[in-house]
Design a binder for this molecule. Structure first.
Ligand SMILES: [Zn+2]
Length: 282
C-alpha cells in the first residue's frame, strides 16, 4: 500500500512550542495524554508508506502555539525530496511578512499554513492581503485550519469554511485547502469546493467521529466533489496507516442494507491523489 501524499503533518516539540494550557486542554478532551507529541525520530518509519509529506509547525500566538519555522527547515533536511515544508504564519505578529519572505525566499518553503481561529483573526482581514498577493503570484498554496476545536479561547466565528469565498473572489488564482472538511460545517465546504476551482479540502483528523464522517463523505459524494478531496492525517493526532484503515472501514457502512453507500473507488483515488502536482509545488 502506497499513499501519494499526506498534505497535513505537524512537526514541533510539544513541550517547547505549545503552551501548557493548550496541552492540558488537548490531553483532557482527547483522553490521550501526549496526543500532541511528535516522535521526530520515528517520522521516517511512520511515513514510510507515503511518497510526499507536507510538514509545518504552527503559529498562533493567541492560543499559545509558537513553533519557529527554523524547526521545520531543519527537520526537512533529513529528506528534502520527501518532506515539503510549509511556513507557519501568524498575521497578528508584527513581522509576519518578514517570516514569510525568509521561509519562501531563503529556505524554499513551498506553501503556508494558517490557523485563523487559533490565532484569532478573520481570514478575510485586509491585513493578510500582502500574504495572499505574494502566494498567488508565486504559486504557493495556503492550508487553512478550518473546523472546530477544543481550545476555549479560539473563536469559532473565524473557522467557518464560507469565510474563504471572499478570499477566493479577491484572489482567484490562489490555491487554498480548507482542512478537516471544515467540520462540523461540511455542508459549507461541499458547496465552496464545488464552485471555487482553486479551493480543496482534506480528510485529516476526522475518523474518530465515524458516523459524522460517513455523513460528511456522503455529502461530498452527492455534491460530486470527491475529486477535490486530499489525503491528510494531522499527525501527531493520527498516522497514515491508521487513517487509511479507518477511512476504508467507513466505506463499508451500510453493507448488506438498502442504505445509501459510499463508493470505495473514489476513496482509493484519494489515497493515490498526487496532491503536490495538483497544488503545483513539485
Ligand atoms: Zn493540523
Amino acid at each position: 500500500m502506497r499513499i501519494a501524499c499526506d498534505v497535513h503533518v505537524h512537526v514541533w516539540s510539544a513541550a517547547e512550542h505549545v503552551s501548557p494550557a493548550f496541552l492540558k486542554q488537548a490531553n483532557e478532551v482527547s483522553g490521550r495524554p501526549g496526543c500532541l507529541n511528535v516522535e521526530i525520530n520515528r517520522m521516517d518509519e511512520i511515513f514510510e508508506p507515503v511518497d510526499k509529506v507536507v510538514v509545518f509547525g504552527g503559529r498562533a500566538i493567541h492560543s499559545g502555539v509558537h513553533c519557529p519555522n527554523e524547526f521545520v527547515r531543519d527537520f526537512v533536511k533529513r529528506n528534502p525530496s520527501k518532506y515539503i515544508p510549509f511556513a507557519g504564519i501568524d498575521p497578528t505578529e508584527r513581522n509576519f511578512m518578514q517570516d514569510f519572505e525568509q521561509c519562501v525566499g531563503d529556505w524554499k518553503f513551498r506553501g503556508v499554513k494558517l490557523l485563523p481561529m487559533y490565532a484569532n483573526f478573520d481570514p478575510r482581514d485586509r491585513r493578510l492581503d500582502p500574504l495572499y498577493t505574494a502566494c498567488e503570484k508565486k504559486g504557493l498554496p495556503i492550508l487553512f485550519h478550518m473546523g472546530t476545536t477544543f481550545v476555549r479561547w479560539a473563536p469559532l466565528r473565524f473557522t467557518e469554511p464560507m469565510l474563504l469565498e471572499e478570499v477566493a473572489e479577491r484572489f482567484p488564482d490562489l490555491k487554498m485547502i480548507a482542512a478537516h472538511l471544515g467540520h462540523p460545517w461540511e455542508h459549507q465546504t461541499a458547496v465552496l469546493i464545488r464552485k471555487q476551482p482553486n479551493i480543496y479540502s482534506d480528510l485529516s483528523a476526522l475518523f474518530y467521529r465515524p458516523w459524522q464522517l460517513f455523513n460528511s463523505l456522503m455529502l461530498m459524494q452527492e455534491y460530486g466533489v470527491t475529486r477535490k478531496l486530499l489525503f491528510g492525517t494531522d499527525y501527531p493526532f493520527t498516522t497514515p496507516m491508521e487513517t487509511v484503515e479507518r477511512l476504508r472501514a467507513i466505506t463499508k457502512f451500510g453493507e448488506g442494507t438498502n442504505f445509501p453507500r459510499l463508493n470505495p473507488d473514489w476513496m482509493e483515488e484519494v489515497f493515490q491523489r498526487d496532491t503536490t502536482r495538483i497544488l503545483g509545488i513539485v
